[in-house]
Design a protein. Sequence first.
Length: 523
Amino acid sequence: MALTTRRSLLLQSSSFAVVAAATPLVRPTAAAAHAEMSQAVLGEVDKLVPTITSLARNLWDLAEISLREIESSALLKELLVDSGFTITSDGVIGVPTAFVAEYGAGSPVLGVMLEYDALPGLGNEAVPEQMPREDGVTSGHGCGHNLIGAGSMGAALALKSMMEKNGTPGTLRVYGGASEETEGAKVYMAREGYFEDVDAMLHWHPSTVSGTFNVRTSAQQQIFIEFQGKTAHAGNDPWNGRSSLDAVESFLHGVNNMREHVKPTARIHYVIRDGGKAPNIVPDYAAVQLTFRDASRADVAAGVEWLEQMAQGAALMTQTTTLFVPYYGMHDLLPNTPLAQRMQDYLEAMGAAKFTEEEQEFARTLQSNVGIEPTGMLEVIPPLVNEPTTGGSTDVGDISWLVPTTGLIAATIPQNIGLHTWMATASHGTSIGDKGAVFAARGLALLGWDILTDDELRSEMRKDFDRRTEGFEYQSPIPDFVMEPVSLPQEMRSFGSVVELREALLKHQNDHVHATGDHFHTH
C-alpha cells in the first residue's frame, strides 16, 4: 500500500492488518471460548478502521493547542453521541473543552481516556522534511494526541458494540482529557471526584516502539514566579530603580546551581515570560514559568520548597518583591502488574503493526534528513519492562493513584525520533500514525473486554492497587483557590478574570507584596 498523507487518505481496513488478523489470537492460559471472544473484539475494531483513521486525520488537521481544542472536542462528542453514548459532563470544572460520555449502566465501570491537544510551533506538512503547512497552521501534533483521541475512540466504540451485542452489564465511560500538554483536565477531574466509581482506566501513547505502558512517569509541579521592582531611567538615574530582571537572573542562577545537587531523576526547565520592555528602562516587572519534575510527589514538594527559598533570596538581593505560585501539578504514574501482564500477553500474541516499504522509506528519509541513522520503523514487541521511571510526565498519573490504570505504547514515529518535534508531527499525519492508532485500539479493546467480563482479573488488579496505595491519601497538586487553568483564554473563563485570580493568589500568599497588572496570565 502507498504511504498516505492527509491529502490522499486510503481507508482500506485490510491495509492495517497485523499478525493477529492472520492467525487465531490465543493467550497461553485462555480457554477456547475466551479466544473466540477476543477474535470478536478484534473484528469490531477492524470494522472501525475507517473511522479511526479519518478521525486521526481530522484531529491532525485541526491541531488545536491546549485549552483551545473547541472543534476537536466537538468532533469527538458528536461521534460519541452518534454512536449511542450520552454526554454526562459537557465541560468539566475549570476546563471547558473536557467532557465525559457514558454507555451502559451499573458495575463494572471501565474508563477509556481520550487526548486531542496539539503543541504550538510544531506544525509541518506530512512529509519527511521540515515544511510549513500550506494552510498556515503553525501548531502540530508533535506528541500524537490526534492518534490518542482516534485510537482510544476506536477501542471505546468497539467495546460498546461488544457490550450491546452480548448484553454485557456495566458502564463504559469515555473521558475527554483536554489540555494534557499544559494544565491537563485529568487533574481537575481527579480533584472533583470524577473517578470515584471507576474500576479501571485505560490509556495509551505514541512512541518509537509498541509495547505495554509499564513505566512510572515523573511527578511534576508548574510554577509561576514574578518579581516586582521599581522603574527608572537606565542612563540618568539607575540608582533610583530596582530591576526585576536582575531578580530573575539571580533566581535562575540559583536554579542552575541547584542542578548539581538534585537527584538524577529530577528535571528543571523554564522560560522567561517577561524580562522588561526596553533596555534603557530599568524593568519593574519580570516573570518566569518553571516546571520541576522528579520521581514522586514528595521529591517534587522538596524541590519546590527549595525553589521558593531561592525566589525569596533573589528578591532580597535585588530589593524587589516576589510572588511564587505552584499553580498546577501532576502525580507520578502508578503501574498495575495484573493489568500490565494481561496487556503484554495480548500484545505479544497480536504482534506489532507491519509497515509497507513506502512507509519504511518515509521513516528512513526522515531520519536521514535530521542526521539520524536510517533504521526505519520498529516492528517488534519488546519484553515487559519493570517499571522504570521516565523523565516525562502525564496527568494520567493522578488517575492511577485513584483507580487501577494501565495502557500501551504504539510505534508511530521512526526510531530515535523524539516526540514534541516537527518530525513527529509529520509522521502523525501519515498512515504510519494511523497504524499506531489502530494497533492501540486493538490492544485497549482486548484488555477492556477482559476488565468488563473477568471477575478474577478485576479482583487481582484491585489487590495490586490496594497494596501499592496502602496508607496513601490523594491530595490534588492544584491549589484550592485555582478553580480553572491560569492559561485559559479570558473569553472561556467561568470563575472571574485573570485580575481576580491574581487577587486570590495574593490573598493566599499574604506574606508577599502586591504586584500590579495582569501578568499572571502566562500564555
